[in-house]
Design a protein around this ligand. Structure first.
Ligand code: GDD
Ligand code: MG
Length: 339
């Protein structure tokens, strides 16, 4: 089976980090996020992957090349203007055959692809959608199924008064080849707001597979931080980057760091902390549940809690970065600042 991954979005909710780097290439514990999805595919024997690119398209080929290093064969399809999730899929049609697995490029889902495929076949579905349960369905696509697992209704980004269940589209699909005839070529079109409700209204068989296990969409700064905390706590079965190492000096906290990262004496870590490569942490700094990307410099006595520090940012001595701070790469925070 071949897989197609939709990675053309602009990642607006993850700015400032996505101004430089598209969301699927943002590092998570010293490895581009998309490589975690590749782990799932490899585990299930999927070797041929098509990447549908648009925003900062060239950066993906630079990161993954032919895919050989990762044990994959990667093809790239580029949209000159963003074609939406449906238009992107249509664009990839020449590269696909048979039943196709499609994935959103910003979700991490430790699910069993074999079981998903079996479910799809047993339902004789034209489209199957993996579902997961979340606390706040208003940020996602609500999918309502009957007792046999067939989809009855779609509500993309519902308001709270429309929320009738907590099963949402987890961003993983199986498509039969017949679906492509219903995708308009060369123009923006949405799977979630176009194809799915239209095929449902036309009487097509669409099934919803509740995928057990870990799931996250890393599309917001808060979620990007959260995926690090989850991985560090061992909540999701994925391997961090080859150069990410448990960090010395971490008394009880869960800390990883990339190569060349140093911490001066009296640095205190608590909770879960992910440090990139070549990060420098000054004397007596305190870091709690945070992410610091490559080359950032943290001044003496600075305090960071539940925040994300972009690459090469400089934080002055005794500065305080509170929960929710998203510090752009290369920016500078003066001594004693409080954010
Ligand atoms: N190639 C291409 N072209 N990819 C795109 C485009 C485009 O024009 N627009 C979006 N994508 C990619 C994004 O890069 C992302 O990986 C994926 O499609 C989904 O887009 P998001 O912008 O992240 O959508 P969302 O998170 O608001 O909602 C979607 O995902 C939820 C699960 O995480 C929907 O599918 C929801 O129904 C779903 O619940
Ligand atoms: Mg998303």
């Amino acid at each position: 089976m071949r897989a197609v991954i939709l990675i053309g979005g602009m990642g607006t909710r993850l700015r400032p980090f996505t101004l430089e780097t598209p969301k699927p290439l943002l590092p998570v514990m010293n490895r581009p996020f998309l490589e975690y999805q590749f782990q799932i595919l490899s585990r299930h024997g999927v070797r041929e992957v098509v990447l549908c690119t648009s925003y900062r398209a060239e950066t993906f080929r630079r990161a993954f090349g032919t895919g050989r290093r990762l044990g994959l064969k990667i093809s790239y399809v580029r949209e000159r203007i963003p074609l939406g999730t449906g238009g992107a899929l249509k664009n990839a049609e020449p590269y696909l055959k048979g039943t196709t697995l499609a994935l959103n490029g910003d979700v991490l889902n430790a699910f069993d692809l074999g079981a998903f495929l079996k479910f799809h076949r047993a339902r004789r579905a034209e489209i199957s959608i993996a579902l997961t349960r979340v606390k706040d369905p208003t940020r996602y696509g609500l999918v309502i199924t009957d007792e046999k697992g067939m989809v009855r209704r779609f509500l993309e980004k519902p308001s709270w008064d429309e929320v009738v269940s907590n099963s949402i589209n987890a961003g993983a699909y199986l498509f039969e080849p017949s679906v492509f005839a219903h995708l308009p070529p060369g123009k923006p079109y949405s799977l979630e707001r176009g194809l799915f409700p239209e095929r449902l209204a036309a009487g097509a068989r669409i099934a919803g597979y509740v995928a057990p296990g870990y799931w996250i969409d890393i599309g917001s700064v808060e979620a990007y931080l959260q995926v690090h905390l989850d991985l560090l706590q061992g909540l999701a079965p994925f391997k961090p980057g080859p150069r990410a190492r448990p960090f010395k000096n971490s008394d009880g906290a869960r800390v990883t760091a990339g190569a060349g990262t140093t911490a001066a004496p009296f640095v205190r870590f608590s909770g879960s902390v992910s440090l990139g490569a070549k990060v420098r942490i000054g004397r007596g700094a305190q870091l709690t549940d945070c992410v610091v990307l490559d080359g950032a410099v943290i001044g003496d006595g600075a305090r960071l809690e539940r925040c994300v520090v972009g690459p090469k940012a400089r934080i002055g001595t005794h500065a305080v970065l509170g929960p929710g701070t998203a510090l752009a790469g290369g920016s500078s925070v003066g001594d004693y600042s409080q954010l």
